[in-house]
Design a protein around this ligand. Structure first.
Ligand SMILES: NC(=O)NCCC[C@H](N)C(=O)O
Length: 402
């Protein structure tokens, strides 16, 4: 494998740098009243969630992966006026505010130190915390509501940006509770010196597309799930952009059921080797795909065919191995819900997984995959595993002989 700077062309090339977000005060905003709207299935014990996340980061560091924290990059980015404006404007576009409250908020945010501004942008601002609040929007706001909504899902850095080759796709998030996340990632990629000279291949105002749906199957082959989050139009737009710029030769559109349990393609399928995936057994037979290629400037879409067959053909391999987790349907369903299929490859045949998915992990090991187990009982209340919680910034380029 050849080392590279920023960028990734596969799911399994040696991981060099990753973007994480250590969950913080934004998780303390979750209550039984708002957790559904904020896309959490429970109320996490925040201190324990942080310990679990620290264990995740430590596991990666122990394997020589550079861990970049989104909050730290954001604070550094917010020293620049253009970045501050981008993030503040995203807050102020909220139509609930009204002009009077908006003006008060603009004045308040404009005066904050980068550290404090980052805090508010991530943790939100509760009604009672904003003593300078005024206007009808403020007066009639429920005292438990937020002037600025918190971003508890920022933890799932996979979804708000994804690298394809040396370009970054700042995604377009589907759910209202997450949309503002991309103002932060867009500001970081546009203004942080670490990413100087990086071009965007996708931007948040485009059709909805989330990073959890994007799988770099092999250099030149990108699979994109379409279901609850990424629309067919989003897949088409990404395909046009990556095929048009030569970053890929085939994009596979993969319809996934529009359910919470399968919100992204990476909830049912992740890569653990250059030619192997771990896949939720209950969908193996039904997962189909459409191959999209560019011919004389136009997108050409194939007829549907089984995903594993179409992927193998596009990847130029005889077979895409499916690690047979061999589970009975009920265990499979339980472990899929708890992100058993959502692994993060650190290198070919070396992957991070939640320890709680005991059966899936045993099967992965039986298939020759070394599993780095991490705790995730609290983190999992947000319904995301190691892949969801990580955005690879740099992976070595994959050589299929590795
Ligand atoms: N790639 C992923 O599957 N990310 C998990 C996102 C979970 C988050 N609570 C959400 O509903 O968007």
């Amino acid at each position: 494998m050849r080392p590279r700077s920023n960028g990734a062309d596969s799911e399994v090339g040696r991981l060099r740098a990753v973007l994480l977000h250590r969950p913080g005060p934004e998780l303390k905003r979750l209550t039984p009243r708002n957790n559904d709207a904020l896309l959490f299935d429970g109320i996490p014990w925040v201190d324990r969630a942080q310990e679990e996340h620290d264990a995740f980061a430590e596991t990666l560091r122990n394997h020589d992966v550079e861990v970049l924290y989104l909050r730290e990059l954001l604070v550094e980015t917010l020293r620049l006026e253009a970045a501050r404006q981008l993030c503040i404007d995203a807050v102020l576009t909220d139509a609930r505010l009204g002009d009077t409250l908006r003006a008060a908020l603009r004045a308040h945010l404009g005066g904050l130190h980068p550290e404090d501004l980052a805090y508010v942008l991530i943790a939100g601002l509760a009604h009672e915390e904003f003593s300078a609040g005024r206007g009808l929007g403020y007066v009639l706001m429920d005292r438990y509501d937020f002037v600025i909504d918190p971003l508890p899902n920022l933890l799932f850095t996979r979804d708000s940006s994804v690298w394809v080759g040396d370009r970054v796709a700042v995604s377009s998030l589907a759910m209202p509770a997450r949309r503002r996340e991309t103002s932060l990632t867009a500001a970081i990629y546009a203004h942080h010196p670490r990413f100087e000279g990086v071009d965007a291949i996708y931007t948040p105002e485009l059709e909805t597309l989330e990073g959890g749906d994007v799988l770099l199957m092999a250099p030149g082959v990108v699979a994109v799930g379409t279901g609850e989050r990424t629309t067919p139009a989003g897949v088409e737009r990404l395909a046009r952009n990556v095929l048009g710029s030569g970053l890929a030769r085939t994009v596979l559109a993969v319809p996934v059921a529009q359910d919470r349990a399968t919100m992204h393609l990476d909830t049912v399928c992740t890569m653990v080797d250059a030619d192997a995936v771990v896949m939720y057994p209950n969908v193996v037979d039904e997962l189909h795909a459409f191959a999209i290629r560019l011919a004389e400037g136009d997108l050409v879409v194939s007829s549907p065919a089984p995903f594993v067959e179409l992927a193998a053909e596009a990847m130029g391999i005889d077979e895409l191995r499916i690690i047979d987790t061999g589970l009975d349907p009920v265990t499979a369903e339980r472990e899929q819900w708890d992100d058993g299929n959502n692994t993060l490859a650190v290198a070919p045949r070396l992957a991070v997984a939640y320890e709680r998915n005991v059966e899936t992990n045993v099967r992965l090991e039986a298939a020759g995959i070394e599993v780095l187990r991490i705790p995730g009982s609290e983190l999992g209340t947000g319904r995301g595993g190691p892949r969801c919680m990580s955005c690879p910034i740099a992976r070595d380029s994959l050589d299929l002989n590795d």
